[in-house]
Design a protein around this ligand. Structure first.
Ligand SMILES: [Fe+2]
Ligand SMILES: [Fe+2]
Length: 163
């Protein structure tokens, strides 16, 4: 589709994050499996479940915008996921691997945070208050996941990997 209006741009970006969330949902089980630290494993599994809910919320936003829920390939998330997969394949030391997984997971969260931040700003501009609440719920979960990953990294993983 050609982007002509702010509403078109909003929908295009919605498709981007929808695609990204679905790719993340597909990748998280491998990250859960590969993570060694129990807290990290739990955090990733919790976020996998949250991601399912986020996809539902995005489908509600598509409905509000009166367009079918469809993703649009996002090269940015593909790159971040490719890097995560590379770490999972190449790193043998379990503690270094955990640090790598956290780094990739946080890159994902930051990507999501920037997308949701932008979408919320545009929804405000478009007067689409109905979409804002759903997008903010997703943004909150991404921020919390990011903070939790930082805490796990600081508390255990980085310390052990450096030993
Ligand atoms: Fe997400
Ligand atoms: Fe996330």
């Amino acid at each position: 589709m050609t982007v002509k209006t702010m509403e078109d741009l909003f929908v295009e970006t919605l498709k981007d994050i929808y695609y990204a969330e679905k790719q993340i949902l597909k990748t998280l089980p491998a990250m859960v499996k590969k993570a060694g630290d129990t807290k990290l494993k739990d955090a990733l599994e919790t976020h996998r479940q949250e991601t399912e809910g986020q996809i539902d919320r995005l489908e509600q936003v598509f409905k509000l915008m009166d367009v079918p829920a469809r993703g649009k390939k996002c090269e940015a998330i593909e790159g971040i996921i490719a890097e995560a997969k590379e770490h999972m394949q190449d790193i043998e030391d379990p503690e270094v691997l955990d640090a790598g997984i956290i780094g990739s997971a946080q890159a994902v969260e930051h990507y999501e945070i920037t997308r949701y931040g932008t979408l919320i700003a545009w929804a405000k501009q478009l007067g689409r208050d109905d979409a804002i609440e759903l997008l903010e719920a997703n943004l909150e979960e991404e921020k919390n996941a990011d903070m939790l990953l930082s805490r796990i990294a600081e508390a255990t993983v980085n310390e052990k990997a450096a030993a």
